[in-house]
Design a binder for this molecule. Structure first.
Ligand code: SAM
Length: 346
């Protein structure tokens, strides 16, 4: 197995069978060796810097019905909300004061947010904070719509591919959603010029090392600037509510592998990782991640963006606790910086 990690570090690619063997052959000793190498690679590219993004979950209304997701349209137990433009701009103002220079607008696919309305909001945020980056994460749209938002000033786009294995994708999603369209969106976003993030849940129902190998091959081919991975965590009102959560160990291992495969990638230690373990964020950074995305949404809506059970939204998770997050990062030899934290091409 060590030979495969050597090869990955040198060539930044493995074959399908090699990925399956490496992911399936994970051990504690191997993981520790991987994390040491991944941290060294991260340091070579980004030094000791950890980037923070203010996450604004601006709507939990969604027209989709993904089987794993707590805000899926058929979940009647969700108390739905959508922030107004004024509320979102107030979040950005507060975030700017706290030191955030990237705002991530994430939400369900909410028809009330027409392409034009979101474009106007992006333009307003950029006008108010020209030194900040705006990241959108609002699902699947036409290339024209993505172009409209890019022209309005959006810099980055997060769209997890969820799984690169087509049959697995169909297992996790309703029939009206397709893996082809998900991937088409990612290629369109790249072509337009966004810094693009794809990603997947670790331990999603039905996932095997073979599917994770497909994910690694897809990510290698796409060469995204960002990759968002975090453990799947069940949400009780969804069809997968009784499934086991993904593990901390496998998530950390995959973070390390991603850092070796794409040395300059922006890699968040996600909220889901912090939710399954109190030290999840720190462990994620030590495994190779270099981004944290604390929550900047107004406190009265945070609990309503319940993608999964017990989702963290307070403590170091809250954007207002930047000081405590910074201290936690200092504790592991890293430094939270006030910066847009753009992707750096090696
Ligand atoms: N609607 C946008 C989209 O489809 O990209 C953004 C919002 S969506 C809720 C953001 C991400 O949450 C998804 O890409 C998915 O990977 C993650 N997610 C949803 N349900 C989850 C769960 N039960 N456990 C962990 N992550 C989950």
């Amino acid at each position: 197995m060590k030979a495969l990690i050597d090869k990955l570090e040198k060539e930044r690619a493995l074959s399908r069978d090699e990925w399956i063997a490496l992911i399936g052959g994970r051990s504690e000793t191997l993981a520790q060796d991987l994390f040491r190498r991944a941290s060294a690679v991260r340091r070579r590219c980004y030094g000791d810097e950890v980037y923070v993004r203010g996450l604004i979950e601006f709507t939990n209304c969604c027209k989709n019905d993904c089987l794993y997701c707590g805000i899926r349209r058929s979940n009647r137990s969700v108390s739905r909300y959508r922030l107004t433009e004024g509320e979102i701009l107030a979040c950005c103002r507060e975030g700017y004061g706290l030191g955030y220079r990237t705002f991530v607008l994430q939400g369900g696919e909410d028809p009330a947010w027409t392409p034009q309305r979101l474009a106007a909001l992006v333009a307003d945020i950029k006008a108010a904070h020209p030194d900040c980056a705006v990241t959108l994460s609002v699902g699947e749209h036409s290339k024209e719509t993505y172009q409209l938002w890019f022209d309005a000033g959006a810099d980055r786009y997060l769209l997890r591919h969820e799984t690169a294995d087509d049959a697995h994708y169909r297992f996790l999603h309703p029939p009206e959603m397709s893996p082809e369209n998900r991937k088409r969106c990612l290629w369109d976003l790249k072509e337009i010029g966004y810094q693009v993030g794809c990603g997947f849940m670790v331990g999603s129902p039905g996932q095997t090392p073979a599917q994770l190998a497909e994910d690694m091959l897809f990510i290698r081919a796409l060469e995204p600037e960002m990759v968002g991975i975090g453990p799947f965590i069940p949400q009780r009102d969804t069809p997968f509510g009784g499934r086991p959560a993904g593990t901390l160990e496998l998530t950390l291992f995959l973070l390390g592998l991603l850092r070796l495969m794409l040395p300059d990638v922006l890699l968040p230690a996600t909220t889901a990782l912090g939710t399954i373990d109190p030290r999840g964020r720190e462990l994620g950074i030590m495994a190779g991640a270099n981004v944290c995305m604390p929550n900047l949404s107004p406190e009265n809506v945070r609990e309503k963006y319940a993608l999964y059970d017990n989702k963290l939204c307070t403590g170091a998770e809250a954007a207002q606790s930047l000081r405590s997050l910074a201290q936690r990062m200092e504790g592991i030899g890293c430094r939270v910086v006030v910066s847009r934290g753009d992707h750096r091409k090696l």
